[in-house]
Ligand binder design. Sequence first.
Ligand code: 13P
Ligand code: SF4
Length: 317
Amino acid sequence: TMSRQEWAEEVHRLARERDAVILAHNYQRPEIQDVAHHTGDSLALSRLAAEVDAGTIVFCGVHFMAETAKILSPEKTVLLPDLAAGCSLADTITAEDVRAWRAEHPGAVVVAYVNTSAAVKAESDICCTSSNAADVIRSVPEDQEILFLPDQFLGAHVKRVTGRDNIHVWMGECHVHAGIDGHTLRERVAAEPEAELYVHPECGCATSALYLVGSGAVPQERVKVLSTGGMLSAAEKSSASKVLIATETGMLHQLRAANPATAFEPVNPRAECHYMKMITADKLLATLREGTGEITVDAATAARARRSVERMVAIGS
Ligand code: 13P
Ligand code: SF4
């Protein structure tokens, strides 16, 4: 058996041989994040996928992320070390659902969170991620109705921050983030009254976090609603002694490395995405050796989905 060091060297040697760049999402296992050439949130990884020179992208993340990379770089080979790494949120809506919903609201602009299949993106007008959702909404003229899909908590969040009331929200959720609910949050905050709080907008508790601020229970400056990339930037600058983190627990690895002087603790230590964790050291090696796990998106779907994704990538983060 190989040591961690030997494994990492072999991964990098095989990547060079294959002209491959390894991208990893912030929720990946620590060893995968450490071996990757780049880590980031959904938006940063989409941008990287569009920019890198390598002929192959090995995507350590989930299926919709690898698909987004393929949509943006159709000439590149995109490999996902386990094709079964899906997303419970992306599974809450189909292309058929989008067509039916649009038919009920003629003239509405369909904004799709990047956590959707290529077929759903193809039926949408513009994509967004958690880091640019509000900017994407603001890019749509005020008087135009918006259909926001598929995450109800992110949808409620963008309605709140943009103050728009003509946004209809699909009632999907991510089982991991929905499980970080208001009750769990209130208990943790009561036990750690001095701590700061970083909340991912997909969380069931995103509304409760702002309620805690609104009711005066927690001072405004201690609560931030952020994408995973936003959490990392905030962590680097933080002088807090403790920050409670409401998102998937894989995030803690980089937060702790970025700022050892601050204690980062999960709001819900059981908030683990088993899809993200399907990408293991062995599977990454096998993909690099054998070129397995290739992502394909049919040309017509990819062309339609690309317009939505490119509009998103062009809007600031
Ligand atoms: P971001 O990394 O873009 O914040 O997305 C979170 C997520 O749940 C991806 O699955
Ligand atoms: Fe999907 Fe939730 Fe896992 Fe993110 S954490 S990949 S939204 S199931």
